[in-house]
Design a protein around this ligand. Structure first.
Ligand code: HEM
Length: 453
């Protein structure tokens, strides 16, 4: 690992793409955002600006500048158009809201994510994984992305809302897929076709949103009639300092946000992890060795987490190469200074985990899957935001500890019981939508692991 250049080494002259070339670049940005971001960094370095009339987009790809935006000067930024375009799904839920509303709701929800609560959710993650594995047999081929989505949606709804949606898990996954494709098409066309326009992807996506709304209403109704000690029951009865309660719309937005943000990302993390393990047999063997020697014939519980360091390193490395949240963006709410750059109100800023996580200044052999690189506490030695799969600062993912717990326990159980190989000749393509998912799923064969200890 080489040292990061200090902020003072930035040139104050920002390479600016203007005129026709800017329009061409924006179109390319919309169509192939990952390739575009990579090329932009290769050509222009850590900072570039696209300027079309009064529209200014800054692309920042240095950790110091990203940390300024997400952490130190977070108060100068709000969520931008790419988030606002999701209001039809998430309403004003935690992912999209800003200011006082965001702060109030984050405070209300935070108690559901304490270490103690997360330890209690572990049993749900283990039970649901065990149930899934009990239906799997060596010799079968499964679409791993679909399986992981169904698993994580069950875990999140049981853990946070106390509701079992096994019956609707498949439909939920299909609805989510339609929404992801709708958003992908929106970005591909530079947000030219708003959701009300009857394009095929809008029609399918809007139908899917209606369907998910019904599922969410149903979840809320179930808990309203029989409250328990879960996040949803607590939100239903929660009162703020001034005695006000969440309105039905606020509640619906938060449940939808947690339902989707809380399972889609973890499902993608597990899917990409199994793909990477199939492509890297040595790492897969190390993982199986760890899980079999620690767990032997039993299922894990939360106290096993510290004994599964390799499992955790595999996940960290997988989220470095395939970050489920692959890019973040913001809008400048108030004129400010980021490093040597003066940003005016209304300017958009964009940065991609995909690009930063593959920066050779911070990660040796960045394209290689090497879980061992996380040994000796690499994460704490890196500059802040050189690795940020869960974001950073006050808007850091509220479910970070939840998903690391869930993914580690589930992965340990999967690796202990099966060896995964990719079905040959399938195209594995990236779908960079709200999250980074495989475009056509990933088909894998299940085999019994056969390793020597
Ligand atoms: C591998 C799994 C996950 C990844 C990679 C991930 C990633 C992220 C990222 C990058 C952000 C910040 C977005 C931004 O700054 O604009 C975020 C926010 C958020 N995540 Fe996650 N997430 C994961 C799992 C979860 C889970 C399990 C939950 C719920 C239990 C969750 C709920 C949320 C919510 C509600 C926010 C908005 C927080 C706020 O703005 O206060 N996420 N997530």
């Amino acid at each position: 690992m080489t040292a990061a250049p200090s902020s003072s080494s930035y040139s104050t002259k920002v390479p600016t793409i203007k005129g026709l070339s800017a329009i061409r670049q924006l179109l390319k940005f919309s169509r192939e955002p990952i390739k575009f971001s990579e090329q932009c960094v290769q050509e222009y370095g850590d900072v570039a600006k696209i300027s079309i009339g009064s529209t200014q987009v800054y692309l920042f790809h240095h950790p110091d500048l990203i940390a300024e935006i997400l952490s130190k000067q977070n108060q100068h930024f709000i969520k931008d158009i790419s988030y606002r375009s999701l209001a039809g799904i998430f309403g004003n839920g935690l992912l999209l809201s800003d200011g006082d509303l965001w702060q109030r709701h984050r405070r209300l929800m935070q108690p559901a994510f304490t270490q103690e609560r997360i330890a209690a959710y572990a049993a749900t993650a283990v039970e649901d994984t065990a149930q899934m594995l009990s239906t799997w047999k060596a010799g079968e081929v499964r679409d791993i992305h679909q399986e992981m989505s169904q698993l994580t949606v069950k875990v999140i709804t049981r853990a946070l809302f106390g509701v079992d949606i096994t019956q609707t898990a498949l439909e939920t996954g299909e609805a989510l897929e339609a929404i992801m494709l709708q958003y992908y098409h929106k970005t591909q066309t530079g947000f030219l076709f708003p959701s009300w326009m009857p394009t095929p992807s809008n029609l399918r996506g809007n139908q899917a949103i209606k369907h998910l709304n019904k599922i969410v209403d149903n979840i809320i109704e179930q808990r309203r009639h029989s409250p328990q000690d879960d996040l949803l029951s607590n939100l239903l009865s929660a009162q703020d300092e001034d005695g006000s309660q969440l309105s039905i719309n606020e509640l619906r937005d938060e449940v939808m946000t947690l339902l989707l943000a809380g399972h889609e990302t973890t499902a993608n993390a597990l899917t990409w992890t199994l793909m990477l393990l199939a492509q890297n047999p040595e790492a897969a063997t190390n993982l199986t060795r760890e899980t079999q020697s620690i767990l032997k014939g039993r299922d894990p519980d939360v106290t096993d987490l510290p004994q599964l360091p390799y499992t955790e390193m595999v996940l960290k490395e997988s989220m470095r190469l395939y970050p489920p949240a692959w890019a973040l963006s913001r809008e400048v709410a108030q004129d400010c200074q980021i490093g040597p750059y003066s940003l005016k109100k209304g300017t958009a800023v964009y940065f991609s985990q995909w690009v930063v996580h593959r920066d050779a200044r911070f990660f040796k052999n960045p394209e290689q899957f090497l879980p061992e690189r996380w040994q000796d506490n690499l994460e704490n030695k890196l500059p802040r935001c050189a690795y940020f799969p869960f974001g950073a600062g006050p808007r850091v993912c509220i479910g970070k500890a939840f998903s690391m717990m869930e993914a580690t326990l589930s992965l340990a159980m999967l690796a202990k019981q099966f060896h995964f190989t990719l079905v040959p000749d399938q195209a594995i393509e990236l779908l960079p939508s709200i999250t980074l998912r495989p475009k056509q799923g990933i088909k894998m064969s299940l085999e019994s692991p056969n390793i020597r200890h």
